[in-house]
Structures are given as structure tokens and as C-alpha cells.
Design a protein around this ligand. Sequence first.
Ligand SMILES: *Cc1c(COP(=O)(O)O)cnc(C)c1O
Length: 378
Amino acid sequence: MADTPIAFIDLAAQQARLKDDIDRRIAAVLAHGRYILGPEVAEFETALADFCGARHAVACSNGTDALSMALRAWGIGPGDAVFVPSFTFIATAEAVSLVGATPVFVDVERDSFNLDTASLSSAIDSTTDLRPRAVIPVDLFGLPAGHKAIATIAARHDLLILDDAAQGFGGRLDGRAVGTFGHATSTSFFPAKPLGCYGDGGAVLTDDADLADRLRSIRVHGKGNNKYDNVRIGLNARLDTMQAAILLSKLSIFADELEARQRVAARYTDALAHSAVTPPMVPPGAWSAWAQYTILTDRRDDLVAACQARGVPTQIYYPIPMHRQTGYRHYPQAPQGCPNADWLAERAISLPMHPYLSEADQDRVIDAIRAVGASNAL
Ligand SMILES: *Cc1c(COP(=O)(O)O)cnc(C)c1O
């Protein structure tokens, strides 16, 4: 029993819960046959916008395209600087490069893993050869970034804010849902994200009706009102009807799953409070979507080995910060560099986290971590 591997993310448990509903919805799509932008897509967009309180949701092909579509819709391109945290998934910076703009890497905070506003300010001030246009805060591991402080800085410098909520959709900050911060929010429905489909998918959320119209044009080759007059350069970046049908089912239990994630996270944090590792910090007023439960340790290799021996999977997000990646290290960064991103890349490790993690399995994870014992305090 002790050796049965634990799932890092258990999509099978969720599927067992939703199987009948998902089968029914897939059968409905097969029956009507409108596989591209069928009725489920618009129905899902409405449900998604309602879930977070945004006015508009534009579903699309994946979270990376969601980011680049928003930047493209704003006309951001060559000569423009877009400020992104260095400690994130590659897609955040990639989307900036894909529209021809320049990502400028900003450091993060050691305790929240999210954008450091002092580093953001100095990065903006030191950007002289490019036009500062936008900032992409990331709600890393599900925790909302410091959106209030970021909005103040962005307003001072006339920057657009695109919240990368690929991991953070479902989170809240001071009673406000992720999806309503910034001028637009992007998210991803990659299967392992808190709200995932059975393939690739993404969305942009915004209160800006003009922006939503432009996004709907961009996701279908830049279409205009006349089908054969394309009014701008676009993409083929639609969400499949089949995935929208699956997402409608998953969204119906998403709030309940977020509560379950909250319980799992609280139980980890209680159990690890007096251990040798540092549990994740949640600032007052913040409510994480708990895409990942990520701890800090200065004995990461030992911890990985202890977990492996007990059938406990772990993941390292992210071993190399953006400003050190081969394809990205030539881009500019904050004047003081990104030392906290470097520091986290050596110490962060993510534990099994999903809404269906049993207490017995969670205890095995906790025992494995405790087995590594005390070390230098962080
Ligand atoms: C997953 C992820 C993305 C990209 O989403 P895809 O749907 O895989 O393209 C972007 N940003 C962050 C922070 C992510 O975790």
C-alpha cells in the first residue's frame, strides 16, 4: 500500500465524478456536428465571464495564444517593452516575443513567488531605448499577484496590464475574483491547470467591449464583418466546441473543487508549519486557486529522493528562471537583475495537489518531507 504511487494531479478521480455529464455533452456535440465555434463555445464564454464577474470572455486555442492575442489586439509589437516576471512558465515571455515586442525580466518576491513591485519600478525607469507598453503579472501557483500595487505603478507609467492567470483563475484578492484585475486577463485550460479541458484551450477575460471584439476577430484570421474581408493580421486560435462542452461540465464543479484545494493546502500548511521546509505564504486578503502547492527547502535533492522512495511524485517549477534560459537571456532585465528568481529556482519544489487528494495519501507526502529532517532554516 505504501508503495502505490500517488497521483501528482488526479484527473481520473475528477472524470469518474463527471463521467455521465461529460459523455452526455460530448454526445450532444456529435449530434449537432458544429465542431468549430458551435453553441457550447458561446455558452461557455458566458459561464466563464459570470464565474469571475468579467464582462466578456473570448475563448481560444490555449493560454499562450490568449496572451499573444491580447498583446496583438493592443497593437504591441517591435520597439515595445513588456515587463514580465522572470520566475514563470516560458509562455509568459514567449507571447511577448511572438508579437515582436521585447520582454523585460523583473524579479519576484521570495515569499509570494510573484512580481516584485520595486523591481518593476526600477525596470520601467531604466527602460530608455524601448517604449514601455504593458506589464504581465502572473498569479503564480494560483496565488493572485499584488494587483493593487501593480495597478498603481502601471497607471503612473500608462502601462496596460495583462494578468496571466493560467494558474490563478479561481483565485481571489480582497473579495475580487481573478479575471477582473488589469485591462485583460488570460487563462489556460491545459489539462493540468485548475480548470482544464481534455486538450488545449484558453481564454481572455476583459471588461473592454472593443478589445473583446478585436479578440474575436483575431482568433479567426482577423476577420471583419464580411467573411472574406480580413481587416487585420490574425491567427487561427479558436477553442474547439468539444472542449467547450467538456469545460461547461468542469466549470459546474469548479467552485467546489477550489474549496477542496483550499482544504488540502490548509492541511499541508498545518502539518509543515514546524518542519524544516517553508510552506507557501498567502498574504492577508488573498485566496489562492492552489494550482500548485510549492514549498521551499535548501535540501531539495534529499527531499526528491525521500519522496521518490515512498512513491510520492514531486515537480520542480521552475528550475531555470526566464532571464537565464538560452533563448531568452539576451533580453533586458531589471537593473538589479533577478536574484530572487535565481534563489527560488534552487529551492522551490511542488507537492501533489488536487481536489481529490485523500488524507491518507497526503499523510504519506507529509511523512516523506518530515523524513528529510531539519537543516539550515531558510
Ligand atoms: C500554462 C501556462 C501558460 C500557457 O498556457 P498553455 O495553454 O499551455 O499555452 C501561460 N502562463 C502560465 C503562467 C502557465 O502556467
